[in-house]
Design a protein around this ligand. Structure first.
Ligand code: DOR
Ligand code: ZN
Ligand code: ZN
Length: 428
């Protein structure tokens, strides 16, 4: 088995150390380790993190292979420093049976770039009417623990209650896309000053907050776990903070784009900024950053939502919602959280690896960088500065809001169980 030594990297931002990988495992961590017979990676000035874990990725296979496949999506994940992603269920067909989640799981195994944990749908066809085969998906080879109708909200309170009751039996979690459908009919962007000026249909904060309030109460009532996808408003933060203060089993994520971008960008009418939930205000962005820093928001999740050019290069009203995010996530987090002093690198490891892995109950990911642990690792050069060039993306889609924008940091190496999937910033 091959040996690799990573020389002088700062583990979670601490003092420089060497890390020896033998086969699939980290076997030694220390200074001046013997490099005999090992491939040496000089990593002075670089940060070594546990492999990143995404709780929220759209891989589009089966059914929309024109925008992404499991293979292209996991290649994009590796470039972004991820060693595990949760694949959302809004595929065609929907991942609402053991058969479909096993198909996605198998495609993930074959990809080899990143582990893929399928998410199962909560309701049949994401229609919100009838509970899907949650138990069968959990018992399948895919071992589904996270269930979500993401893209759509489980808006029926009784269905949501039943789902929470059902997953409790096997320590599963329901991940809610919080969007009250009636309050967001025809909505095109955040409801506020900008939407009033542009005359675009508004998406009020209360449409998100009312569902979150209901669901944390339901989770408390049932004694089950609920996870809130992509928090986007200051009010959502307050509700999650309150639920946590009660000791309820509530977790939450925020996307990189909601940590950086605001609805002012919609003035360009460039559909690259069209996303669900919508970009909000500067005050919301600041509240989200603070909440991620103080742990009210548990983790960063990309909501990587690839769309083909014909679904995005059109007028605002007709454009699909969503942005790709895997390949830029860590850079956006560095800019908004690390370079602002809100979070150190240990905090980044917590919010992008330890906590998302714990929420998904993933085995072998989100582990400390220490001897005996699986060698799922990400090496980052925080001093790097470069403009985002979508032409170079590993993803099949190009719908990034950061084209031409200079972002800090670059993933130089990613290791999946000791095998380099990315070397010097390029796919291995
Ligand atoms: O912007 C979004 N795109 N939000 C979602 O909830 C779904 C996603 C998609 O599947 O494109
Ligand atoms: Zn969503
Ligand atoms: Zn999503």
């Amino acid at each position: 088995m091959s040996k690799i030594i990573i020389r002088g990297a700062r583990i979670l931002g601490g003092e420089p150390q060497d890390v020896l990988i033998d086969g699939e495992t980290v076997t030694e961590v220390g200074t001046g380790l013997d490099a005999a017979g090992a491939t040496v990676i000089e990593a002075e000035g670089q940060i070594l993190l546990p492999g990143l874990v995404d709780l929220h990725t759209h891989l589009r296979e089966p059914g929309r292979e024109d925008s992404e496949t499991v293979l292209t999506g996991t290649r994009a994940a590796a470039v972004g420093g991820f060693t595990a992603v949760h694949a959302m269920a809004n595929t065609f067909p929907v991942a609402d049976t053991a058969g479909v989640v096993e198909q996605v799981w198998r495609l993930g195994k074959e990809s080899g770039y990143c582990d893929v944990q399928p998410v199962g749908a909560v309701t049949v066809g994401l229609e919100g009417k009838k509970l899907a085969e949650l138990g069968a998906m959990h018992d399948s080879a895919a071992g589904v623990k996270v269930f979500s109708d993401d893209g759509k909200c489980v808006d029926d309170a009784v269905i949501m209650r039943r789902a929470l009751e059902y997953v409790k039996a096997f320590d599963g979690v329901v991940a809610q896309h919080a969007q009250e459908p009636r309050l967001t009919e025809g909505a095109q962007m955040n409801e506020g000053i900008v939407s009033a000026e542009l005359g675009l249909g508004g998406w009020p904060a209360v449409a998100e907050e009312s569902i979150i309030a209901r669901d944390v109460l339901l989770a408390a009532h049932v004694g089950s776990r609920v996870h809130i996808c992509h928090l986007s408003t200051a009010g959502s933060v307050e509700i999650v903070r309150w639920a946590k203060s009660k000791g309820w089993n509530v977790t939450a994520e925020v996307t990189p784009h909601h940590l950086l971008l605001t609805d002012e960008l919609v003035r360009t009418y460039n559909p690259v900024y069209k996303v669900n939930p919508p970009l909000r205000t500067e005050a919301d962005v600041m509240a989200l950053r603070e909440a991620l820093a103080d742990g009210t928001i548990d983790c960063v999740a990309t909501d990587h939502a690839p769309h083909p050019h014909e679904d995005k290069d059109c007028e605002w009203a007709a454009a699909a919602m969503g942005m790709v995010g895997l390949e830029t996530a860590l850079s956006v987090v560095q800019q908004t959280m690390v370079d602002t002093g809100l979070l150190d690198w240990a905090g980044v490891a917590d919010r992008m690896s330890f906590r998302p892995a714990a929420i998904g109950r993933l085995v072998g990911h989100g582990r400390p960088v220490s001897a005996g642990e699986p060698a799922n690792l990400t090496l980052v050069d925080p001093a790097y500065r470069g403009a985002v060039d979508p032409a170079g993306f590993a993803s099949r889609s190009r719908n990034t809001p950061y084209e031409g924008r200079e972002l800090p940091g670059r993933v130089t190496h990613t290791f999946l169980r000791g095998r380099a999937t990315v070397v010097d910033g390029k796919l291995a």
